[in-house]
Write a protein that binds this ligand. Structure first.
Ligand SMILES: *[C@@H]1O[C@H](CO)[C@@H](O)[C@H](O)[C@H]1NC(C)=O
Ligand SMILES: *[C@@H]1O[C@H](CO)[C@@H](O)[C@H](O)[C@H]1NC(C)=O
Ligand SMILES: *[C@@H]1O[C@H](CO)[C@@H](O)[C@H](O)[C@H]1NC(C)=O
Ligand SMILES: *[C@@H]1O[C@H](CO)[C@@H](O)[C@H](O)[C@H]1NC(C)=O
Length: 351
């Protein structure tokens, strides 16, 4: 493993430079140097960089944020997050192709957000401290801490005063699995415990295919239902630029009978995005919700999963890990409902 700090002695100190610029410089030099080394020794390497991140699909508006990048040979997987818009994960890219939705205007909902569930505890819009975008508030921001030594970063929300609740998101890389780990935290203050479920919402482009292993329950609640295909124990949602929005709440099963993990996968036809998380047993989900949720917003789709609904004690945050993997479609796989190669790939990635 080529470690970034092994190049520090090669650099002349630039005392006046701000830390972010200095680290950028350091990393660009390290990368040039690593590229040379890599021809003989193709070890994966990870960089974390404070940088301005694009806020819209045109790329002409930016906000302070962070990029975490994992490079192995000719593969680069990059995650970008920003401090505004609820500490949004703005992009997740394989060789510069972003699987997350990035919309034209910064005041639109896109990227990947986290909410405390169930939604019935707050209705709409979400609490501004946690996710201010639906309220079009761009003045609040998460705090960002970058750990250059461990190549990770963490975002901390302001306190949602009404519930004395805040949220944290720590992101790191598992080089051996070529994956990104997001450790969400729900923190409450005061002196009373309260129940919440962690909930991750990944927004993607329309005309994709979302799928997961079918559990015992599926409902659309009070929403119009989705046009689903059921094949060999897998539920598929091919989105076709639908005219009306709709929703699915569903339970799922472990990826393999022996596993504690479940997955929720999505393909845009070229990339396979797999989210891997602890399966929650029937009955442990938040009231009115299930572990899997898919929202069809007609011109985008939300690919969502929740963790268990559990007591959060003051000073003892509930933490919930989600692993993200992004790959090319497996050779020969077609992005169509029932494609066994996609199921096999998700099972293998999440085991
Ligand atoms: C981000 O952009 C602002 C305004 O253009 C600039 O002052 C700042 O140095 C940039 N920050 C980084 C980390 O590049
Ligand atoms: C960004 O680019 C788009 C498309 O060219 C344009 O309509 C918009 O006004 C631009 N926004 C800014 C802030 O420059
Ligand atoms: C919120 O939590 C903090 C930290 O535990 C505590 O000091 C404060 O009193 C709490 N506020 C309310 C209104 O409960
Ligand atoms: C899960 O719970 C629901 C009610 O909460 C019940 O109808 C269903 O049969 C349960 N499924 C399994 C597999 O236990």
């Amino acid at each position: 493993m080529v470690l970034l700090w092994s190049f520090w002695p090669l650099l002349t100190p630039v005392a006046a430079a701000v830390e972010a610029e200095w680290v950028d410089l350091l990393q660009s030099r390290a990368r040039q140097f690593t590229t040379i080394l890599e021809t003989s020794q193709p070890e994966p390497f990870v960089t974390v960089t404070a940088r301005n991140v694009s806020l819209n699909a045109w790329g002409n508006e930016t906000a302070p944020g962070v990029a975490l990048e994992l490079v192995s040979g000719s593969t680069a997987i990059t995650m970008e997050a920003i401090k505004i818009k609820g500490g949004l994960i703005q992009s997740f890219s394989l060789n510069n192709r972003n699987i997350l939705l990035q919309r034209p205007h910064m005041d639109q909902m896109d990227g990947n957000i986290f909410w405390p569930g169930p939604q019935s505890k707050w209705g709409w819009p979400p609490p501004k401290a946690i996710d201010p975008t639906p309220s079009k508030d761009f003045t609040t921001a998460y705090a960002l801490e970058i750990d250059f030594m461990t190549r990770s970063f963490e975002l901390f929300s302001p306190v949602w005063e009404e519930q004395n609740l805040s949220v944290s998101k720590k992101v790191s890389v598992d080089v051996s699995r070529m994956s990104f780990l997001i450790d969400y935290g729900i923190h409450v203050g005061g002196d009373t415990k309260i129940k919440w479920a962690p909930w991750e919402i990944s927004r993607v482009q329309p005309y994709g295919l979302t799928f997961f292993k079918t559990g015992s329950e599926q409902t659309s609640g009070t929403w119009p239902s989705l046009d689903l295909k059921h094949r060999d124990g897998v539920t598929w949602f091919p989105q076709v630029g639908d005219k009306a929005s709709g929703k699915l709440f569903a339970s799922t099963v472990p990826s393999l009978p022996s596993s504690e993990m479940s997955w929720l996968a999505h393909t845009d036809g070229a990339l396979l995005f797999v989210k891997c998380f602890h399966h929650i047993p029937n009955g442990t989900q938040a009231p009115g919700e299930l572990q899997i949720e898919i929202y069809d917003g007609t011109d985008y789709v939300e690919v969502e999963q929740q963790g268990a609904y559990q007591e959060v004690f003051p000073g003892q945050p509930v933490t919930w890990r989600v692993e993200w993997l992004l790959r090319e479609l497996p050779a020969g796989a077609k992005p169509i409902p029932g494609e066994r190669l996609l199921v096999a790939a998700a099972d293998e990635l999440c085991s």
